[in-house]
Write a protein that binds this ligand. Structure first.
Ligand SMILES: C[S@@+](CC[C@H](N)C(=O)[O-])C[C@H]1O[C@@H](n2cnc3c(N)ncnc32)[C@H](O)[C@@H]1O
Length: 268
């Protein structure tokens, strides 16, 4: 197949930073370890194109998902490019909402907030309020799961790069995640995602984010204050070259490193 230089930013993003099949496996495993049963209902807040929710409903005949994003174009992309590839039964178990995740109240087993979307909430009071709403939207055996990154290099201006060459239809390209600013007083950081083809064609700032870089401790304190019974941290292990290897384990003590990734789970 002829590989093409697509300008489809969502397709490039999916190949670069998302692995929804593995995410579903990891989330399912954490839930069943905590509650000794399989999770059924999943709510993807700040869902983007909701590839994760699509994989969720495909991972079990009774599994349901609700995906919420405030941006209509983003939800429509997911509907036209991912949802349409599901069977009609799978589609019937997935609901999409163009709306504000902060005010969503649908009752579920798991709420997932990925690619650091809660960092779009900058005020402590607002994040606390969101976590309270999440708690009241969880079934009795329910959990919220968030991802987080940090490390000694996470507060300096840098461009992280990754060669992406595994996609069957898209030409190989370079993925860049640029930290453009970090204000140590507010902990507000500005990021840009760029895609660069070997011939020099550049798609700069395909996505931009203004994140407040919350710490693990702050998030856990807020979950506790919101009323979650406990919170757990799952740390990503490293491969021989020091990169995250996709394996996560629960822990309470780690050495800092240049860059690390983790999940925080709040248990209702
Ligand atoms: C960092 S992206 C993450 C997308 C997706 N969760 C992922 O893992 O790739 C943040 C998303 O949140 C959406 N968003 C921002 N504010 C929102 C809000 N208040 N409610 C719902 N979605 C929101 C944006 O449109 C964007 O798609």
């Amino acid at each position: 197949m002829q590989k093409k230089q697509t300008t489809d930013k969502h397709a490039l993003y999916l190949s670069s930073v998302q692995d929804p099949v593995s995410d579903v496996e990891r989330i399912s495993k954490i839930y069943s370890e905590l509650f000794s049963k399989s999770a059924k209902s999943f709510r993807e807040d700040f869902s983007g194109t909701f590839a994760l929710s699509c994989c969720w409903v495909q991972s079990g005949d009774t599994r349901t998902a609700i995906a919420i994003d405030i941006d209509k174009e983003t939800i429509e992309y997911g509907v036209n490019n991912y949802l349409k590839n599901l069977s009609s039964k799978e589609q019937s178990r997935l609901k999409t909402v163009v709306g504000n995740a902060i005010t969503e109240t649908s009752l579920v087993d798991i709420i997932g907030v990925f690619n650091f979307s809660y960092c779009l909430i900058h005020k402590r009071e607002q994040l606390l309020d969101y976590f309270k709403k999440c708690l009241s939207s969880l079934n009795e055996q329910g959990m919220i799961i968030l991802d987080i990154f940090g490390g000694s290099d996470s507060e300096i201006l840098e461009i992280q790069e990754k060669d992406i060459d595994h996609h069957p239809a898209i030409s190989p390209f370079l993925f860049q995640f640029e930290r453009k600013s970090f204000n140590p007083i507010t902990r507000i950081s500005n990021y840009g995602i760029h895609f660069i083809y070997p011939d020099g064609t550049k798609l700069m700032d395909s996505f931009t984010y203004e994140f407040r870089m919350w710490t693990i401790t702050e998030i856990r304190d807020l979950l506790e204050e919101a009323g979650f019974s406990k919170s757990l941290v799952y740390w990503e292990d490293f491969d021989d070259e020091g990169f995250g290897n996709g394996e996560f384990y629960q822990t309470e003590k780690e050495e800092n490193s240049i860059n690390w990734n983790a999940y925080i789970v709040g248990v209702r």
